[in-house]
Design a protein around this ligand. Structure first.
Ligand SMILES: [Zn+2]
Length: 488
């Protein structure tokens, strides 16, 4: 499908979210702030303003980032390109921090485009919003919520809660839970001039400043991963309310973690997979299906079995849609032209016979038209759902099926010629009625994720969930390729 058309459809779906509650459709969200599900009502009817915390771009994006992006789908994200992690990585590699993060921001965009995430209206970067950040810090200081110590600016928290849970306690702070709004320049770090001396922003201030710049202090949705609730979002609320008393975000939405062996997948634990690593072996749309298959707030455990299942499920969906298109094409071709019958003969008997033939043809045509109509309806409904989920491929079904087959061959460590050769060898074995051997050959391929299907006298292949892994997690019925036992 034309990507621009797909974008329009997805945008339409998002607009539906924004419709007033007067319509029968109600969109319910879980608001982390109130800890309950609420009916979504945009501040301005028909318009949704959303801010989603973006990635700190110092390396390839991992599965957790993919989940946040895909969960919020039509997501207004931003990039952190000035941060401790980026500076540390840049110092290790001897690269300029801004160009390093620029490189990884570009990689992130490629990953997100592969996953069919729509581009947000704005993708602000910290380095391009220093003025807004400094303005907000000034407002916070003017309202006595911030104080300067040796070129650093700290936010003065009222209570001494949860101090030191994430940040090291600094003896220069009034309160151990106070956090940095501005960090004085250190050797080897990028810095910007400010009323408090050269330095760079603290990590939390960027989101308050950039969301206020693009969406004002009042907007509908603020999103991010579960791990951002504390301290990042708590600090953001404190900053924004200090700078503007009327600050008001209606809904705080958080997506669940991606886990690996039930441990949170993160860079610091080193148990993560980058999106690149996964899409080398699995189609990006299979990864997208895997990510949206679980409820966005529940933890999602990474497993090869689940990815195999997702891959198999989308192959099944696209194959069905392709079969549907082929059937429609064939049916339309079979319908006779609606030309007037040329009745030249005066013979009444012959006339009656011709009339009966015409009537039967009309009846058959009527039935075919009904079949075509219902097939078209089904196809329309399915593609509508795929559009909303962002699973409509950017190319033809045939092409995406070939791509899925190619990935399956990569995982199996085979090329298509190997499979064809095995199919031919098996045909020979079958001709010799050695069905035990033929079953073994089929099972050998099925263990590698290649299913052989005997259709009439021909044998075709398609990807399947490798059989030896089925014992670990049982895929749903729709994901299974039923093994057809050989019969003599
Ligand atoms: Zn943020």
């Amino acid at each position: 499908m034309d990507p621009s058309k797909q974008e329009t459809n997805q945008k339409k779906a998002f607009k539906t979210m924004a419709k007033k509650e007067t319509e029968e459709f109600q969109f319910v969200v879980y608001n982390t702030m109130t800890q309950q599900k609420e009916v979504f009502k945009p501040k301005t009817p028909g318009k949704v303003r959303m801010y989603v915390c973006g990635v700190t771009a110092y390396d390839f994006s991992h599965l957790g980032h993919a989940r946040a992006a895909v969960s919020f789908d039509v997501l207004y994200r931003n990039f952190t390109d000035v941060d401790d992690k980026i500076i540390r990585r840049a110092n290790e590699t001897g690269e300029d921090p801004i160009s390093l993060s620029d490189r990884y921001c570009k990689e992130y965009n490629i990953d997100m485009s592969d996953l069919q995430c729509l581009s947000p209206t704005h993708e602000p970067r910290v380095s391009g919003h220093m003025e807004q950040i400094k303005d907000m810090i000034t407002q916070i200081i003017n309202k006595d919520f911030g104080y300067v110590v040796d070129g650093d600016v700290f936010f003065a928290k009222l209570e001494n809660n949860r101090a030191g849970e994430r940040v090291a306690v600094d003896s220069r702070k009034r309160n151990s839970s106070d956090f940095a709004l501005w960090k004085a320049a250190k050797l080897g770090e990028p810095s910007w001039d400010s009323p408090w001396g050269p330095g760079r922003p603290g990590w939390d201030i960027e989101c308050s400043a950039m969301s206020a710049h693009y969406l004002s202090f009042k907007f509908d949705i603020h999103g991010g991963g579960l791990d951002l609730i504390f301290p990042h979002h708590e600090n953001e609320i404190a900053q924004s309310c200090a700078a503007c008393k009327e600050s008001d975000v209606s809904y705080w939405l958080h997506n669940g973690h991606v886990t690996n062996n039930n441990e949170k997948m993160s860079k610091s634990l080193g148990n993560f997979f980058t999106i690149h690593q996964i899409t080398e072996r699995y189609h990006p749309l299979a990864l997208r299906y895997f990510l949206i298959n679980a409820h966005y707030r529940s933890p999602l455990n990474y497993s090869v079995v689940q990815l195999e299942g997702a891959s198999d499920a989308i192959f099944y969906i696209y194959q069905t849609l392709k079969d549907c298109q082929d059937a429609l094409l064939q049916l339309q071709e079979e319908i006779p032209n609606d030309g007037k019958p040329a009745w030249t003969t005066p013979d009444v008997k012959e006339c009656i016979s011709k009339l009966r033939n015409e009537f039967q043809k009309k009846q058959q045509k009527q039935q075919r038209l009904l079949v075509i109509q219902s097939l078209k309806e089904i196809e329309k409904e399915v593609t509508k759902v795929l559009d909303v989920l962002g699973l409509q491929p950017p190319c033809s079904y045939n092409e995406v099926l070939l791509q899925l087959k190619e990935k399956a061959l990569t995982r199996a460590g085979l090329v298509e010629d190997d499979v064809i050769r095995l199919i031919n060898e098996r045909a020979e074995v079958r001709r010799n009625k050695d069905f035990l051997k033929s079953d073994q050959m089929r099972a050998h391929l099925q263990a590698k994720g290649i299913a052989l299907m005997d259709v009439g006298t021909k044998t075709i292949w398609r990807p399947c969930v490798p059989v030896q892994q089925e014992s670990e997690v049982v895929p749903s019925e729709s994901q299974k390729v039923p093994p057809k036992p050989e019969t003599a």
